[in-house]
Design a protein around this ligand. Sequence first.
Ligand code: 5AD
Length: 321
Amino acid sequence: MDRAPGRRELASLLKMEDFSSVYAEADRVRKVNVSDVVYIRSILEFSNHCRRQCRYCGLNCTNRKAKRFRMKPEEIVSTARQAWDAGYKTVVLQSGEDPFYTPQLLGEIVREIKKTGIKITLSCGEMSFEDYSYLKECGADRYLLKQETADPEIYRALHPDSQLEERISCLKNLKKLGYETGSGFMIGLPGQSLETIAADILLIYEIGCDMAGIGPFIPHPDTPLKNSPHGSTELTKRAVALTRILMPEINLPATTALGVLDAEEKNSVFSCGANVVMRKVTPDAYKKLYEIYPADLGETDIYKERRELEEMIHRLGRIPV
Ligand code: 5AD
């Protein structure tokens, strides 16, 4: 695209009867700009304590049914080392917004893990400019903080304790500090329209995100949104494809949520623009408890899963890295 399209234009593209030509274009843009490589990243979910009330998320602090856990710093470090030994070059350290892990403690963990040479992505929520800056000094390379929705009213309704403006300001701070910055959003949130999705894609473009995780909303039974329908996988793929075309070099993961709704969709999203996949390396005992949305999770064998994933990527005619 020579110029950024408008919101209306994107919304009408999303609505098209036959999307196959757009998918083909997204696949072409992906191949030309980011090649056939699929980046494999590991994700380690180290705490499910959260001070936030996000109404779609099973970890929100009002969910009394969630059994909470925190991994000890040594345990986080040793699991990240195993991921490195299994061949992962990147680990995403993700948690709820858990004040137990102060920036100082997180910084120590980052420094320790960094000794292996692995790249570190943090995904621990909103923090001040100073704290993000400190963690960057400690060696964090990337940060994931999804906008969740670009509509200020929907944002407000889903996050009683925060505002979209704060999110955007955090994302801009992360960019300013030189983090590779990841955002993203959910498809199928209550109140969302095609125009909202268009605005979501444009917000990622305006911020200049290096990565965008786009996944369908999946209702969690112990949240206020338990009766809302899940998001459309087709619409998710369409949003991924348009994001690829608009931002040719961006990293686009095949989100776990897409695979939860339909494993086939998760693979087919690789022909719609996606070029990244994440694998959990969270120890089994904790993995089950990190229930953002319901998912049927198998046992973790870091080494075996890594091999299987590489085989799957080869079968798609792509190159695992
Ligand atoms: N369905 C799908 N995705 C969800 N997330 C949180 N709750 C849900 C849900 N119910 C996503 C959010 C968050 C990421 C860690 O998981 O986008 O940023």
